[in-house]
Write a protein that binds this ligand. Structure first.
Ligand SMILES: [Zn+2]
Length: 104
């Protein structure tokens, strides 16, 4: 969700090969990159699953989110429970590799 309340949703796209699965978090980030105005700032990332336990991002998603959205807060939603604050994106990857050429 950006600072204006706009959402950029993503869904998991599973693959039988597992390694080609594309996670909802990274798909949502790609959606944001494709459609958000240049001044949009992601302030919150909501990660939802249809049932408990609370979903948490995989390592690849943690890296992408931390590299591009370290300022965002992460909320998890399990089933019909209310969103729970899980920490800032940077809390999920305390010592990330972020190269100097990375940017929007
Ligand atoms: Zn992932």
């Amino acid at each position: 969700m950006d600072q204006r309340g706009n959402f950029y949703p993503g869904v998991n796209v599973e693959s039988g090969s597992y390694s080609l699965t594309s996670c909802a978090e990274r798909n949502a980030f790609a959606h944001y990159m494709a459609l958000a105005p240049n001044d949009a700032v992601v302030v919150a990332v909501y990660i939802a699953s249809s049932k408990p336990p609370e979903p948490l991002p995989c390592g690849a998603c943690r890296h992408v989110l931390c590299e591009h959205l370290p300022q965002a807060m992460v909320f998890v939603i399990a089933g019909d429970r209310a969103p729970e604050y899980a920490g800032d994106v940077s809390d999920f990857m305390p010592a990330p590799f972020v190269g100097p050429t990375v940017g929007r």
